[in-house]
Design a protein around this ligand. Sequence first.
Ligand code: HEM
Length: 171
Amino acid sequence: MANNQQKVFAMALILIAVVSGFIGAGEWKSADADDFHLEWMVDGSSLNIKVSAPTEGWVSVGFDPTNKMKDANIIIGYVKDGTVVIEDHFGKGQISHRNDESLNGSDDVINKSGTERNRVTELSFTIPLDSGDPNDRVLVEGQTYKVIFASHSKDRITMKHNRRTSGEITL
Ligand code: HEM
C-alpha cells in the first residue's frame, strides 16, 4: 500500500508529464499552394515539416527568399526505391541554389524521412529555427514568411522544376 508521500510524488510526476506534454507538443498547422501541401509544427527551437506534391520526382520547399529563389533556406529531396534523400540547400541567386555544405555551411536537416505513394511524394524532416549557418534563414515563431515550392517529375535534383509556386505562412 502506497503511503501518502508516495502518492503525492506520483501525482506530481503525472502533473509534470501532462504539463510538459502540452508545452512541448506544439501544434501542426497546414497550408496549400497549388499542388503543394505543407504541414509544420514549432517544437521548442526546432521546426518539424512535411511537404508533399503529386510527383514521383524531387520535391522542395524554401523559406524566406528575398527575391525569387535568392536567400531561401531550401530543403530538397526525393524517394527512390524506398530510400529517402533530403538535402539542405540555399538560394544562391534568383534562379539558382546550392548545397549548404558546398558553401562552407552544414546540413542542418534532421529526422529525414519520406514516402512515395500513389504518385505523391512526401518529405518529412526537422530544421532548427536558427541553425547558426549563414546558408539558412533565422525563423521566429509567430512571424509570417514567404515560402516557395518546386517539384520535378524526375529524382535528379539538378533538373529545373516543372512545377513551382509560392505562398505565405505564419509559424
Ligand atoms: C535545378 C534547380 C533549379 C533551377 C535551375 C531553377 C531555375 C529557375 C528559373 C530559371 C526561374 C525563373 C523562370 C521560371 O519562373 O521558371 C525560377 C523560378 C523559380 N524557382 Fe527555381 N530553379 C531551381 C530550383 C528551385 C527550387 C528547389 C525551388 C523551391 C524551393 C524553386 C522555386 C522557384 C520559384 C518559386 C520560382 C518563381 C520565382 C518568382 O518568379 O518569384 N526553384 N527557377
